[in-house]
Design a protein around this ligand. Structure first.
Ligand code: HEC
Length: 448
């Protein structure tokens, strides 16, 4: 801390050298008080950064050692202060704030990093350095750490991603023959590019199972949805997704070149099952897409039209025809996307913000997984209001060209406007029971 203001009487009373001395002493006190890598900064990096910033991770550099962190201290300071790192784009002033996968920093942690960088990134006493965290093998699924290896793994057919090109898509269909021999409940899914380069070129993708049940009814379920920064989908306790043995696997992969050829890339998806014969209480359908671009009488998303240098808002509504529990929220726009939110308007007229990102970045596809005890429970008749805000001005740092008209399309320079919500539809009886449990929990908390 530097003195901003020295009273005139005092400054004339002090000789110039005394002032310098005083300021020097203050700086020394500040440096002594400054956070150090070993005691203060490493615990934050280990907890919130090194899952990506390690030699095998998707981050551009490792932050495991003091030498590495010190080299990047000023960039770390800048990215952390601006809220760009770690990637977590939720507005912390509205909506639900308890998430299973929250990697964001508290205001205090941000201050610690800022003060550390400003003090010259001191190392401190290496003997207090916490042990480095276990870094998962890049070949493994992240969920393997928690659930063990998946029950089965499916794979796309090979595709060579060009070194320098625009977006590339690959949508092969693969047989599901013989993977499971009876209907089963899925507990978790995780999809990724192959190790090591596939993960870098796969911007996002979906793999769905188009299946036929014993009565001949057709439906489809996601066996994996991936995006940069998104982990696997572990369904809430006692919640599973039913899949049938008969069907076909449809891959839908969106690749982005990385200036080197990635030969014969094959995406994979791991699927964890509940034990044979086990029927979970709640059945989920996984992530379901809700658009803001309703289109009216226009073709899908025909109503996305961003004039040059404009900021545009778009809203879409969806009425729930059954009660539902929402377990996760994943916004999706492209390079002009700035904000997206999901609000619930309950049948009694009450309106509640569920989740909102106000610092969206197209480079990330993060799924915000609500903690079980706050996962929205919506009665039949609830209106979901999806709001998208695009910024096609020069103020948007990743806008490739604010002079362009922008319409709907697959490429990053085109736009989209939808959210993915993890949906577990409920019977009336299940809804009543879960609501009563919440009320009981709230009362217990108030009481004690
Ligand atoms: C989910 C993965 C992930 C996490 C967690 C993460 N980062 Fe990053 N980080 C990346 C990726 C990928 C990039 C490069 C693309 C970009 O800048 O968005 C990056 C870029 C950066 C950069 C810019 C590097 C440069 O040369 O410009 C800094 C600094 C940084 N991260 C620091 C951090 C810090 C500090 C944390 C934790 C507080 C953190 N990151 C957490 C993945 C991650």
């Amino acid at each position: 801390m530097r003195p901003h203001f020295v009273p005139r009487a005092l400054s004339t009373a002090l000789s110039a050298s005394a002032l310098v001395l005083a300021v020097g002493a203050l700086n020394e006190v500040a440096a002594q008080d400054a956070p150090t890598f070993s005691a203060d900064v490493a615990p934050i990096l280990f907890e919130n950064c090194v899952r990506c910033h390690q030699p095998d991770g998707i981050g551009p550099m490792s932050l495991l050692s003091y030498q590495e962190a010190r080299r990047y201290a000023s960039r770390i300071r800048q990215k952390v202060e601006s809220g760009e790192m770690p990637p977590w784009h939720l507005d912390k002033t509205v909506g639900i704030q308890a998430y299973k996968n929250d990697i964001s920093l508290s205001a205090r942690q941000i201050q610690t990093i800022v003060r550390w960088a400003d003090a010259g990134a001191p190392e401190g006493d290496p003997s207090v350095l916490p042990p480095a965290p276990d870094i998962p093998d890049g070949r493994d699924f992240v969920l393997t750490g928690e659930l063990g290896p998946p029950d089965f793994v499916i794979q796309s057919t090979p595709y060579t991603v060009q070194a320098n090109a625009q977006d590339q898509w690959w949508s092969p269909n693969v047989s599901f023959e013989g993977v499971i021999d009876q209907p089963r409940y899925v507990r978790a899914t995780e999809m990724k590019g192959s190790y090591p380069n596939g993960a870098k070129v796969l911007h996002h993708g979906h793999v769905t199972l188009s299946m036929v049940d014993e009565q001949g009814r057709r439906s489809s379920r996601p066996l994996g949805r991936q995006g940069v920064g998104k982990g696997g989908d572990l369904f809430p306790e006692n919640t599973g997704m039913l899949i049938q043995p008969e069907g076909q696997v449809n891959w839908n992969l969106h690749y982005f070149p990385i200036a080197e050829v990635v030969e014969d890339e094959q995406a994979i998806a791991g699927v964890w099952l509940y034990p044979e014969g086990y029927v979970p209480e709640y059945e989920t359908i996984g992530e379901q897409r809700f658009t803001a671009d309703m289109g009216g009488d226009m073709p899908w998303a025909g109503d996305i039209v961003l004039p040059p240098h404009s900021v545009k808002v778009q809203q879409g509504v969806h009425v729930m025809d059954r009660p539902v529990m929402v377990s996760s929220f994943r916004p999706h726009m492209h390079m002009r996307g700035r904000e997206q939110s999901v609000e619930a308007i309950y049948p009694d007229g009450r309106r509640e913000m569920l989740g909102k990102v106000d610092n969206y970045s197209h480079f990330w596809q993060i799924s915000y997984a609500f903690e079980d005890q706050v996962a929205p429970l919506l009665p039949k008749g609830t209106v979901l209001l999806i709001t998208t805000v695009w910024d096609n001005t020069a103020a948007n740092p990743i806008n490739p060209d604010p002079r362009q008209w922008v319409v709907f399309g697959q490429r990053g320079v085109d736009e989209m406007s939808h959210v993915w919500l993890g949906m577990t539809y409920l019977t009336d009886e299940q809804f009543e029971r879960l609501s009563a449990e919440r009320t009981r929990m709230a009362a217990a908390e108030d009481g004690g």
